[in-house]
Write a protein that binds this ligand. Sequence first.
Ligand code: BES
Ligand code: MN
Ligand code: MN
Length: 460
Amino acid sequence: MDETQRFITDNKQRFLDELLELLRIPSVSADPAYNQDVLNTAEKVAEFLNAAGADNVEVCETSGYPVVYGEKIIDPSLPTVLVYGHYDVQPADPMELWESGPFDPVIKKTEIHPEGAIFARGAADDKGQFFMHVKAFEAMNKSGELPCNIKFMIEGEEEVGSSSLGEFVRNNKEKLKNDIILISDTEIISNDQPSISVGLRGLSYVEVEVKGADLDMHSGVYGGAVPNPINVLSRMIAKLHDDDGRITIPGFYDEVEDLSAEDRAEMAKIPFDLEGYKKSIGIADIQGEKGYSTIERASIRPTLDVNGIWGGYTGKGAKTVIASHAYAKISMRLVPNQDPEKITQLFADYFPTLAPSSVEVIVKPHHGGHGYVLPTSDQGFQAAKKAMTHTFGKEALATRGGGSIPIVALFEKELGSKSVLMGFGLNSDVIHSPNENFGLFNFYKGIETIPYFFQYYTEG
Ligand code: BES
Ligand code: MN
Ligand code: MN
């Protein structure tokens, strides 16, 4: 891979400039106001794939946003790596907390990134990360060192649950056929400690509504005598956890796998600085399920969290009113074996039983997805570990990630393929938050490492 590495070194600045171009298009999939920008981003990704030397580049229509496809088949008898990523991003708000425009990328030095980091929505999740693959491919292709076949599938609806992707994958099994899927959309422990995610959590997401009276009422005239949906909803939510931080929904833990003492001992070896963790997010103390470490709570244990809650008067000053409605959005992060549909049903059956007879409760399911685990014996994991260990000069560890990428379980079900989660982000990239950023070190380390994955995977 010497020629490839030389090509990368010679083209560093151009690679960065191109990424910034991609980051300037606000491809927010959740907000219809950005519809045209999302479509333009797909076209731009296709342009970059073409320029990198991919064949049969196509912006494939789906029932939602398009999937960008491209490939280079050098020899059908060689293995095929499918690179997956997403060009859509999370909404930028709250806008006022950004130090620079979310779609106006700037490079700034930080304590963690003395050589600079790219500040923009999507810098780490996932434009900066999938773009490393486009550039690594370009480098291997142009230097004649691409060791096997490659396919790209870059989608535009990951941040809203990849709802049209199931159909797309089912309809394009031959096109997407591969030996291994490679994804950079997760994080490493630190820039001194490489790691590969061997697990993702699943997700069940619901919205709930509590309805009291037919109208908003004076809180003096009616207060004390009628149901207050906000009070009721708060009590209902409070009952979803017990004093040990366990979720009270009957049957919720039925399928949760208990890790062996050995596996837990292995996890306990992952370096973790509790004080630094608290400080980095500004909390006085941690909180969670009794009997588990912070790393375990955030990866191998299921959760239930309110993501948003509203109702009543939230404007300036005080308004004395009892609202007729209260709402909340609730996410449950699931572990492998927990079925999102079943969990959503358990929630929908249980939650209304927590309400008094004075209110009406409506539960509306949103998207969901299965969790995932990759055995460390997998050839793809081994190749990723070898590649990262080589370029970081330190042995890469296996970690279980807390986030979700629902397509990963779907790939396994529909294509029978395993996914390797070789991400290069850091927790401090604050993906989904204001001032999302991606270290230049991480961007370039990714481009440097990916070709070795291809080499080691092909060598077997
Ligand atoms: N890249 C993240 C997922 C992720 C982040 C996994 C960090 C592991 C570590 C992805 O873009 C994401 O945000 N996924 C959503 C899924 C949802 C919208 C279905 C999530 O996890 O909330
Ligand atoms: Mn992502
Ligand atoms: Mn995301």
